[in-house]
Design a protein around this ligand. Sequence first.
Ligand SMILES: Cc1cc2nc3c(=O)[nH]c(=O)nc-3n(C[C@H](O)[C@H](O)[C@H](O)COP(=O)(O)OP(=O)(O)OC[C@H]3O[C@@H](n4cnc5c(N)ncnc54)[C@H](O)[C@@H]3O)c2cc1C
Length: 509
Amino acid sequence: MLMTADDYRDSLRAYAPRVFVDGERVESVADDPRLSPGINGVGVTYDFAHRAEHAHLMTAVEATSGKTVNRMLHIDGSAQDLLNKLEAVRLVCKVSGCAQRYLSHDALNGLFQATRRTDHTHGTDYHQRFLAYLHDVQDRDLTLGVAMTDAKGDRSKRPGQQANPDVYVRIKERRADGIVISGTKAIVTGAPYMHEFLVMPCRTHAPEDSDYAVCCAVPIDADGVTIVARPAGRPGEAAAKFSARYGQSTGVVIFDDVFVPHDRVFLAGETEEGGFLTTSYAHHHRQSCIGARAGFGDLLIGAGALMIEANGLDPDRHGHIREAMVDLITITESFFACGVASSVYCVDDPARSVMPDPVFANIGKLLLATKIYDMHKLAHYVSGGLIVALPGPDEDHNPETQASLAAVLAGREDIPAERRLEVSRFIEDLTASHQGGWYSVISLHGGGSPEAMKREIWRNYPLAEKTDLVDQLLDRGIYDQGQRVSRQPGRCCVRGCEAPRRITGEAAE
Ligand SMILES: Cc1cc2nc3c(=O)[nH]c(=O)nc-3n(C[C@H](O)[C@H](O)[C@H](O)COP(=O)(O)OP(=O)(O)OC[C@H]3O[C@@H](n4cnc5c(N)ncnc54)[C@H](O)[C@@H]3O)c2cc1C
């Protein structure tokens, strides 16, 4: 059954999670205004699946069941699936800023691959367990939070070396009917308003830390789970029309002796495969991040163009304004193009699914992570200072100032002052408020810090192909003009090259 946004909000009432926001216990997640922007954001992924014009992007047929499911829960079977998912994420994020639910997709796809691989190596039955879980999640159209990033403590130490063992989630006890986990996941998107958490390892663990290589599904109101979260977006702020409606809460999730039955355990000590799970999830997730931030780029491009228009400027006549807009477009579409390339050049997995090409997925994510600051700058550049200098929205209704402010703060004659001020506040909200800072940091660190992407690019790039290419050119004698006799130094040509003189001592200074 595909839920609507209203159904989704209602479905949260069936859960009784232990949630704190701003130091207070939340009585009803579905009804707390501080969490509403986050629920609205996820809600877009539900409502859009019911719209005929979006059905090809927002729904898909699951190969293992033949059922139509929400795209955010679908296992990708082809390059076209990856392209559709990328487009779908862009679509829902350009409406909501960040629709969050694509994390469910990314974790399910990582697990689909990793459980198959673990069974193949260890003779376990994780893949069958996972398939049963996947179909249940799809049938109930759930939203899953990804509890991967551990609190980690002292970053120079492995989990087993930490003074406080609870800075990483680990298996504390193995029972006949399941496992008991404890520890802390520090940053979980949408934690209070998920249905379940997928607990996953955030790195490859050493064999002596095998209890930390754990993956399982935990309902958000399981005994022993506490969520300490921050409000989603900018609820109740009159100056932030967009972020008062759409935003994202993140939560610290504490697992305190939480029992997980075997049918919900998908990894329990297999360290190598835990590393594979982390990485495959990361490739899927980084590709999704590309779609999400391209949607954010769409918002900035649209708002920038409207602000230029309201200011009475024509980009066709003013080269510096046009150039800034072209830069903004180029950044957005260049990382999106990496998302497209990572779909087209996808990797087939023995589990019969596909994974985005790691090099392009990581380059795209790295680009957006670092270029997000330029995107903000370009939006500021074309807009002017009013975006942070504008008096608050209460002034719009002050009979003593409203008329005179509207008269002097208008730009182009045929565009009402009110429209110019709305666009100003929209740009402030997305780029210069605490929410604007949030968009920077999620772009930089969400899905892993830039160093993680650089490592994956280096690890996966076919460098040997390039050295072979040049080797072959050299072997074909491209430089010897037919006189090359040997590759050995001193005998490489008829004259014989001499080793260069080493410059030492004073001569080198
Ligand atoms: C808004 C937001 C939403 C997020 N949502 C989720 C989510 O839903 N689920 C989830 O699991 N995670 C989520 N994350 C977490 C994200 O994946 C992490 O922020 C990211 O992996 C970096 O980890 P960290 O924040 O612990 O920073 P750190 O790991 O502390 O990194 C900080 C810096 O230190 C460097 N560093 C760290 N360790 C070492 C080391 N041993 N040696 C050398 N350098 C090191 C890093 O390269 C980086 O530059 C989210 C993050 C944000 C900002």
